[in-house]
Design a protein around this ligand. Sequence first.
Ligand code: S3P
Length: 443
Amino acid sequence: MSHSDAPLSMTARRSGPLKGEAKVPGDKSISHRALILGALSVGETHITGLLEGEDVLDTAKAMQAFGAQIERVGEGEWKVNGVGVGGFAEPEGVIDCGNSGTGVRLIMGAMATSPITATFTGDASLSRRPMGRVTDPLELFGCEVTSREGKRLPVTIRGAVEPVPVRYKTPVASAQIKSAVLLAGLNAPGETVVIESEATRDHTERMLAGFGATITTEVTEEGRVITLKGRPELVPQPVAVPRDPSSAAFPVAAALIVPGSEIRVPGVSRNPTRDGLYVTLLEMGADITFENEREEGGEPVADLVVRHGPLKGVTVPADRAASMIDEYPILSVIACFAEGTTVMQGVHELRVKESDRIEAMAVGLRANGASVEDTEDTMTVHGTQGLKGGATAATHIDHRIAMSFLVAGLASQQPISVDDGSPIATSFPDFLPLMKTLGAQID
Ligand code: S3P
């Protein structure tokens, strides 16, 4: 299933209790980084649990185009033979990153300090998204950037021949910007410093340290100051990718809103920079327990046990946004099934994701009978412990919008359809069979 195929309409119907085990795919953020750092190491990186969704497969193809050897040796099991920091070859063709903002932004960073030129493109959704947030700091290293109107794709980067290190304060809380600058800093002499005023997901820092780079994070009055020593020799490491908490959010939400449900979601990452949704759900009174908490592949993980039960509305503060940035669409669905109002503050970044997620959710939920208000930076859902349903939601080439409405349809009075479910393949290729195994009625 590819989202470039014809639109694939899907419908979810009110379902009986969901039961069983939901093995969600590998973490998307960690999967991209494992391939990129593997490509920048000298020798062989062995990855297990890699997400084999379109976004990550596009990054694998891109790393091959830059000269790495990449081989799939089993389900989720990949070998990467890297070219070393500064060893990227100039790709012959255009690098197509499909739907993936993370893929394109991190790869632009990884090549910007090598003396090669590359042109990046993507699908209609990615071509609408802002790239200046990454190309602006990359220019400080000495590369040259040409882009379409509004600093959008296609973008061509002529990498810096003599890169200089950079000290950069990110203007918005974004792990993609931070990571692009750090990856560029790998091939600059001296120290590259990124300062972020709010913590964003720290997989790049963790993995760079694991691959032998000298990288430190200091919490100061200015914010989190991350310092990377340039030109390290990255040493390949086995990477065991934990299951993605952002993908787990969909079966978890389904179990919370479908009466009588009880499911188990094993091996999910509990990285504190990613767990905002789970903090919020516990505040809403959700019946979730975290079992067998342990460490796997440098990340904390746990098995989640989730049971249906009453939920209440809460206010989600702006300073939690970065730790649950991809989970607001599904939270807005859960909020419809809670008693009382849920206010999501500081969520303006949702407007520049795969779609304008505030708009997409507000319009689709209202069409299905919910009471939703939105401003540039907030979304408010007045929960009525249910949803009428009966309408089709537009997904705007956005996997998380598609999955959110399909989950909503499992507990609404009338079915809910989406105009195109094919983008789900970008992050959660087995969403449909997995949800059906639990008892969900989606076709
Ligand atoms: C990601 C960072 C987030 C997130 C995206 C994955 C990453 O984007 O929305 O799905 O892997 O670094 P921003 O950093 O732009 O908020």
